[in-house]
Design a protein around this ligand. Sequence first.
Ligand SMILES: Cc1cc2nc3c(=O)[nH]c(=O)nc-3n(C[C@H](O)[C@H](O)[C@H](O)COP(=O)(O)OP(=O)(O)OC[C@H]3O[C@@H](n4cnc5c(N)ncnc54)[C@H](O)[C@@H]3O)c2cc1C
Length: 380
Amino acid sequence: MNADIIIIGGGIIGTSCAYFLAREGLKVVLLERNEIASGTSSAGEGNILVSDKLPGPELTLAQLGRSIWQDLANELPDDFEFDPKGGILVAETADDWQALISHTQKLQHAGVTAQLLNSDELYELEPYLARDLAGAALFPEDAQGYPPAACRALVKSAQQHGLIVLDHREVLAIKHTQHNAVSAVVTTQETISTPCVINAAGPWSKQVAILADCALPILPRKGHLLVTEPLPPRVYHKIAEIGYTTTVTQAENDLQVAAVVEGTKSGNILLGSSRQFVGFDASIEQRVVQAILQRAQRFFPLLAPPPAFHVRVGFRPYSPDHLPIIGEMPDVPGFYVNTGHEGAGFGLGPASAKLLSELILKRPSVMSIAPFHPARFQQG
Ligand SMILES: Cc1cc2nc3c(=O)[nH]c(=O)nc-3n(C[C@H](O)[C@H](O)[C@H](O)COP(=O)(O)OP(=O)(O)OC[C@H]3O[C@@H](n4cnc5c(N)ncnc54)[C@H](O)[C@@H]3O)c2cc1C
């Protein structure tokens, strides 16, 4: 068997790449060791956020991603619960409020629509929020989708353009020509010849890179997410405390927890978020669950006592400079990478895939891919 392009990984990054490349008339094969959306892409809230970014390349990518998600909501035949509901960042203390004002102004200068809210405006939008908050800001561009449904919808659309999905295939080896270009991928079931491989293996992309004799500095950053039973609507936007933006952009080794609370179209309330570096230990830790619950109850007293909930655990693909890694690996022609999106891979996925597909197709890019190039980790 042969392919023009092989994509390794059936999460939001791999399926988005498949969506943009299969429609170009190329023979694209998507390899997934389990099932579509069985990795990190089934663990998250599905937020498509601009509010938690800082001005710079990641925000520009997020703004592009937000716009592409809107197009996909119109184009994809299958529903993935796209909900342009907006996000609200809340401040607990006077210091938090100063930090929130500064954050909001920075994002406004970078072209993000944002509005500081007075108390009346806040409680009209979110009547069940705690009454003693120091302030809040609305970010109407924040949106949400349901990641597993989005992955499946992207795959289904790509299959209509000839995408071949081979699931339950683990990639075991990547072969090279004598000039070190990729030449084939060996799975648990077959060897497929190809001149082009995309490593979209998320938190496992470091291990997949090793198969091609490359180094990628990706680490798994564990997160717990509490999913309540379906409840009557009480939370109307994505609500996060301003401290969440710090946990996103800083990489403390210790457990970090900040409140993120939001509803879904199915009625479940999602409670996050936690960040830890503990390898691929997927155990549910009660101290983390309790910490998330306490922060959520601080902002939404109606969650005490807590409704019935279950816990999901996932591993964000963490990149040391907090930017995704998108591009062709130096010294291995034909070996491309699209990973390192950490806690923003759903929001950024289609934009990253669009940039990578433009690179592979040698087309002009809608934005510079340079800040994301993998070579930055080889420059000392
Ligand atoms: C708790 C939590 C909450 C989150 N919330 C959000 C959010 O609200 N918004 C947001 O944008 N992001 C969020 N994220 C982050 C987001 O989920 C990830 O950035 C994104 O899912 C990464 O997608 P991926 O396709 O790179 O990886 P994955 O979805 O993990 O896909 C990689 C795939 O590669 C496969 N694979 C690995 N090795 C091999 C191999 N050798 N052969 C074949 N297949 C292989 C795996 O089985 C897996 O399916 C959250 C993450 C967590 C953990």
